[in-house]
Design a protein around this ligand. Structure first.
Ligand code: OGA
Ligand code: MN
Length: 211
């Protein structure tokens, strides 16, 4: 209630229309740990954010494969978002992070082709801390989490263009996450056609890596 970024902490409720789980128990277990907010950035902000990152993205080639995760049809970069919309965005995702573990100022910008996908993986614990916050631009997609210990336990988030998702704690460490390829891109009965998607992903440092 009130203030930019309010309600992004572990107490926050996910929008049930944007979340599907293998069981009510699992949905309960991940409450506040896997969240999605639609309409987090406006269309105008999205245009401004894309305008800032497109020139540098455009200089990269699309690739397939990465040392750390199964990923195809992508290009990526890390950069500080210096424009007005970018700085405002960093400020607005910061409440999703623990006060003493803020997001790194440089965002991970991931550009996925319509036929690209991000296979199941856990973000490196060596390079990334407890919280991941991702803003999706241009295309909707489905983010699926799956328990490392009990692979029958899964959670899916519907990521609309302009939405924000947050993964923290158990959802970040004990579940893989993936962006479904177009041919599997369904949210229950809802087909979620994949277009080109640009994600701005904010992460904090792992414990012991910051001064
Ligand atoms: C990643 C990742 C998800 C996304 O690049 O590690 O999980 O939202 N990306 O694109
Ligand atoms: Mn990841």
């Amino acid at each position: 209630s009130g203030g930019p970024g309010a309600g992004l902490g572990p107490e926050a409720e996910a929008d049930p229309a944007l979340l599907r789980a293998s069981s009510p128990e699992l949905a309960r277990r991940l409450r506040g740990l896997a969240l999605v907010r639609s309409g987090f950035v406006s269309d105008g902000e999205a245009v401004e954010l894309l305008r800032e990152v497109e020139p540098q993205l455009g200089r990269g080639r699309y690739q397939s494969d990465h040392w750390d995760r199964a990923i195809t049809g992508y290009r990526e970069m890390e950069r500080g978002l210096r424009g007005l919309a970018g700085r405002a965005l960093l400020a607005r995702v910061t409440p999703a992070f623990p006060p003493r573990r803020p997001p790194r100022p440089r965002a991970h910008v991931l550009d996925l082709l319509p036929e690209g996908h991000v296979g199941p993986h856990v973000d490196s614990v060596k390079f990334c801390g407890c919280t991941i916050a991702g803003v999706s631009l241009l295309s909707p997609s489905v983010l699926r989490l799956r328990s490392l210990r009990d692979p029958q336990d899964w959670l899916e988030l519907l990521l609309e263009a302009g939405s924000l998702y947050i993964l923290r704690g158990t959802a970040r460490y004990e579940f893989t996450h993936e962006i479904l390829p177009d041919e599997e891109s369904f949210f229950g009965g809802l087909r979620v056609p994949r277009e080109r998607r640009v994600a701005l992903i904010f992460r904090n440092d792992p414990l012991g890596e910051t001064p």
